[in-house]
Design a protein around this ligand. Structure first.
Ligand code: ADP
Ligand code: MG
Length: 410
């Protein structure tokens, strides 16, 4: 247990039963992980999620359990062979240094037989759980079929914990259910942002749409000291203030939401900050000529593609002075080199800050990785949607379904 983890454990906020306390020796464990990796040319393009699942798999194997592992992969129609778990099985066996058998299906007699043949330390990977139409509607027969494969259930799929699916929630109605190491850590690190954080709590929000993040803004207006807005999302806020946004990407439905957030900010002690300058271009293209606008009134023929240098410097200073930073969503079109500066400045400030820094969101994680800073933050969440829902204060079905620690102990 590292230092941060110890402090968190002492504060005892994660009340669910942990795999660390489960008696798994000689038993078969159904482990739900988030192995929903990007694929390319029939192989795994980025194995971050597989690596993140290794500690729990290794813990179970070391303790003499056999592991029936499952995950969804993409959104297959029917049983699209392009979304088979085969490349995941291959990459996982390389990482574990042992063969991982791929089951021919998710449930059924053949899978039962393969599970029954497992010995201590063996790993059987089920096919894509979304090959079963019952998965996403939390079908009870499918949940029962999955439960029949094992004696215990461990959920480590934080990235899918906001979904009430058969493999994330339903199966926990039929087996004693424990939290995996990753899921447990994710909940702890994200909850720590909300629960008595070191001050000031500075929240940086960007990305494409206000509607994705308005509930997060509302929550942080109650909890944070400052919210710094960037990304295309800022244009809904500027429009709500009657400011012209030219050809910038504006989510029209977001304008009303932004107006409401601005009103709520007016009566909150939290400061909601918007960019004071921008980088403009004529189109969403890496060939577009970047020009700095000292102000935020965008001319008709141009679009805002990044926060400007003055805004970036001001946001960086606030990040450096923070006690806790939560960051979700890039500050601009960071995929286009001329418009990556604002996101890079924020990423560098987050990496350099002595604050506790927690980052969520797929594109924010991709940006950190692209700048080589992914290992310079306190916690990089593997769950985009799930991390936002947890911050919003929603219950995550995949977490709620687990045993409570006390129940498990008795
Ligand atoms: P995350 O995955 O981190 O939650 P989002 O998915 O909400 O982030 O948003 C990321 C996307 O927003 C990126 O593809 C980025 O190009 C886009 N984006 C950010 N700022 C702008 C902008 N000013 N104009 C157009 N697109 C933008
Ligand atoms: Mg995204």
């Amino acid at each position: 247990m590292d230092h941060g983890e110890e402090a968190l454990a002492e504060r005892g906020r994660f009340e669910k039963a942990s795999v660390r306390d489960a008696d798994v020796e000689g038993r078969r464990v159904l482990l739900r992980a988030d192995l929903n990796v990007p694929l390319e040319d029939g192989g795994v393009a980025d194995d971050t999620r597989i690596r993140a699942a290794l500690p729990t798999i290794e813990l179970l194997r070391e303790r003499g359990a056999s592991v029936v592992l499952c995950s969804h992969l993409g959104r297959p129609e029917d049983r699209d062979p392009a979304l088979s778990m085969a490349p995941v099985a291959e990459r996982l066996s390389e990482l574990l240094g042992t063969g991982v058998e791929l089951a021919p299906a998710v449930v059924g007699p053949e899978v039962q037989a393969a599970a029954a043949a497992l010995e201590a330390g063996d790993v059987l990977l089920l096919e894509n759980t979304r090959y079963e139409p019952g998965e996403t509607r939390d079908d009870s027969e499918l949940a029962r079929g999955l439960a029949d494969l094992a004696e215990l259930y461990v959920n480590d799929a934080f990235g899918a914990a906001h979904r009430a699916h058969a493999s994330t929630a339903g199966v926990a109605r039929h087996l004693p259910a424990y939290a995996g190491l990753l899921l447990e850590r994710e909940v702890r690190e994200l909850t720590a942002v909300l629960d008595d954080p070191a001050r000031p709590l500075v929240v940086v929000l960007g990305g494409a749409k206000v509607s994705d993040k308005v509930a997060v803004i509302e929550r942080f207006l109650e909890l944070a000291d400052e919210i710094l807005i960037g990304g295309a999302m800022c244009f809904s806020f500027l429009r709500a203030q009657g400011i012209a946004t030219g050809k910038s990407l504006v989510e029209e439905e977001g304008i009303d939401l932004a107006r409401q957030a601005l009103e709520a900010a007016g009566s909150s002690r939290c400061e909601l900050r918007l960019p004071t300058d921008l980088v403009l271009g004529e189109s969403f293209s890496a060939e577009a000529e970047p020009t700095v606008l000292d102000g935020v009134e965008v001319p008709d023929e141009l679009m805002g593609l990044d926060i400007g240098p003055a805004t970036a410097a001001s946001y960086a200073a606030r990040i450096e002075a923070a006690g806790v930073v939560f960051w979700n969503g890039p500050m601009g079109a960071f995929e286009l080199e001329p418009f990556a500066g604002g996101t890079r400045a924020v990423a560098e400030a987050v990496a350099a800050s002595s604050a506790t820094t927690v980052v969520g969101g797929g594109d924010s994680a991709a940006a950190l990785a692209a700048f080589g800073l992914a290992d310079r933050v306190s916690w990089l969440s593997t769950g985009g949607g799930a991390s936002l829902e947890l911050i919003e204060g929603k219950e995550l079905p995949g977490v709620e379904a687990l045993l409570n620690g006390e129940e498990a102990a008795s």
